[in-house]
Design a protein around this ligand. Structure first.
Ligand SMILES: [Zn+2]
Length: 220
């Protein structure tokens, strides 16, 4: 234990805490997109497995540069994002993404990760939005129990580019799996270009999700 230094007047002077590396400090990662968490090596590996040709910005011209912060820059970013998402084609790929995100975050000192996923993107490959979410939750629970990995909670996202009724369906799904810990749904949100869609149109979806969350809170 360090004794605080005391000046002649008796007022303790602050003593610098022992230096710790940022990596060692415990952290929480509260906003990580499922597709965006992918290692670039994983994107390339999945593309090869599924015979998908990736844009050069994800291969020979990596890393991509986005010079403009305007709509053009967004569309360039979105195009690459969609290309990466198109490489995710089923349960094994989805589990791999959750697992690698948890391990990579754990290695950086993260103790708690909230990963955001829109289950509709993967529903066609696994038989619907319910199995899509269950796969993510199941892997989140499994990897959270492993040493070295961070604990993983899941945020269900609805796209603001889609009809608000779709968001309501996703909110009901999120509410069904709401919980407070690893392997549970811990939040509901909107994803995609914030210049598009009117947020108020999604108020009903948020009410549904909020009711689900408060039911969970009462059950505790
Ligand atoms: Zn985001």
């Amino acid at each position: 234990m360090t004794t605080p230094a005391v000046t002649a007047s008796g007022v303790p002077t602050p003593v610098a805490a022992p230096q710790r590396s940022v990596t060692d400090l415990p952290k929480a990662h509260l906003h990580l997109h499922f597709t965006g968490s992918m290692r670039v090596a994983t994107v390339r590996d999945l593309a090869a497995q599924h015979g998908i040709r990736l844009p050069a910005s994800l291969t020979t011209e990596w890393p991509p540069r986005f010079e403009t912060a305007d709509a053009r820059g967004w569309f360039r970013f979105q195009r690459l994002y969609d290309a990466a998402r198109a490489c995710v084609r089923g349960e094994a790929d989805m589990r791999r993404i959750v697992r690698e995100a948890a391990v990579d975050d754990g290695a950086e000192g993260s103790r708690w990760l909230e990963i955001q996923v829109d289950p509709t993107s993967y529903a066609p490959f696994v038989g619907g939005i319910t199995p899509a979410l269950e796969i993510v939750l199941d892997e989140a629970a499994a990897v959270s129990a492993e040493p070295g990995a961070t604990q993983v909670g899941v945020i269900v996202a609805a796209s603001r580019m889609r009809h608000p009724l779709e968001a309501r369906t996703l909110a009901r799904l999120a509410a069904r799996y709401a919980g407070g810990g690893a392997g549970a749904v811990v939040g509901f949100g909107l994803s995609n270009d914030e210049r598009r869609g009117v947020t108020e149109d999604f108020a009903a979806a948020f009410s549904i999700a909020r009711r689900g969350a408060s039911c969970w809170a009462r059950r505790r």
